[in-house]
Design a protein around this ligand. Structure first.
Ligand code: DON
Length: 356
């Protein structure tokens, strides 16, 4: 495992988009991150989390079962653009449910808050991510982080036809990641062939007119978004973009109107970790989202984004190594959203080495 500097090539690719200035920024960022106390602390947390062996590789989508359980990566990107990558941070995997908060941001942009709330609630369910439950009072899915709510959210994405909707989706996710993203067709086909439960959910919502006539096309789009390939560095950039009021700190491109960021972060905090969301908020206190292929991202608003990859998944669909990493990170830096002032260490000073 090469803990440091593995991304110089790709980061230059990101820098490449903006030419000389960005390349110099990248160089300065590299130099600073290499000596930062944050890197030492991250290395320590990484080694601790690597000891966690709980969980198993998901297989209900057969293609996911090909992942090596030993793969592990942690990445952090600050709103100032500093990047820290440890472990298998080049390793690509599919975003799965991590696509949901970003697609929710697109739906808010397309329809506004009330327009989306008409179709998808914002209440935690306390149930599993793929549970076939709707709110008995409104027949709406409870929130956009569980599969039902995510499928209804994707159904809201505007576009004259399927290719245009796919193009918009990949374009939007790419703005968050700061590079073009692609779909893993093997995982897409595998999910499509075994997606009976999601189909049942979609048909149930059609019966209650929660989704529209093109709902089967929307289900295809949902399988596409779940099959988008990312790595831990991409997840950290996507999280840092949310931490930076919707603007990507590396490309400086706006990925989401700042007014909607609070709504995306709110459902990530209350629902992002499914039926572990309560304990997560109690222990870690950061907006987060997990994916069944082993990704986990967490946001420290105004400061940084964290991206973790470990294909070992627990019964709730979260990766235990990612949970351990974020628990440690939150505890050591006082990152909990309700942390007392005395607990909040000056993260920025910590990050750029000026802490005393
Ligand atoms: O629809 C599914 O079941 C998957 N494509 C996504 C589920 C998932 O990532 C759950 N997260 N932990």
């Amino acid at each position: 495992m090469s803990p440091a500097g593995g991304h110089r090539g790709r980061r230059d690719a990101v820098g490449g988009a903006g030419g000389g200035a960005n390349a110099l920024d990248a160089l300065v960022r590299d130099a600073r991150s290499a000596v930062s106390p944050l890197r030492r602390t991250l290395q320590d947390i990484f080694e601790q989390a690597a000891e966690v062996s709980e969980g198993k590789v998901a297989s209900y989508i057969p293609e996911l079962a090909r992942a090596d359980p030993a793969w592990f990566a942690v990445s952090v990107v600050t709103t100032a653009g500093e990047c820290f990558d440890l472990g298998d941070s080049h390793r690509l995997f599919t975003a799965q449910s991590i696509s949901k908060p970003f697609v929710y941001g697109m739906a808010l942009t397309d329809h506004g808050r009330e327009g989306v709330l008409e179709r998808v609630g914002v209440e935690p369910t306390g149930e599993a991510f793929n549970s076939i439950v709707l709110d008995p009072a409104t027949n709406r899915p409870f929130n956009p982080m569980v599969n039902a709510g995510a499928i209804a959210t994707t159904d809201l994405l505007l576009g004259k036809d399927y290719p245009e909707r796919v193009g918009r989706l990949l374009g939007a996710l790419g703005k968050f990641a700061g590079r073009d993203l692609y779909v893993d067709n093997g995982v897409f086909m595998s999910e499509r062939e075994t997606g009976h439960r999601n189909r049942a959910i979609a048909h149930l919502m059609k019966a209650f007119a929660i989704v529209g006539d093109h709902f089967e096309e929307s289900l295809e789009l949902y399988f596409q978004q779940c099959s988008v390939l990312v790595n831990s560095h991409d997840l950290a950039v996507m999280a840092a973009t949310l931490a930076n009021d919707g603007t990507n700190p590396l490309t400086r491109e706006q990925a989401l109107e700042s007014t909607y960021v609070k709504n995306v972060l709110a459902v990530m905090l209350s629902c992002g970790m499914y039926d572990y969301a309560g304990e997560w908020m109690w222990r870690v206190g950061l907006p987060a989202k997990s994916g069944v292929a082993g990704g986990l991202l967490a946001v420290v608003p105004g400061v940084l984004g964290i991206g973790v990859y470990s294909p070992l998944i627990d019964a709730k669909g979260n990766c235990p190594r990612g949970v351990k990493t974020c628990k440690e990170f939150s505890a050591r830096f006082g990152l909990h959203c309700f942390a007392a002032a005395s607990e909040r260490r000056d993260q920025r000073a910590e990050i750029n080495g000026s802490a005393r």
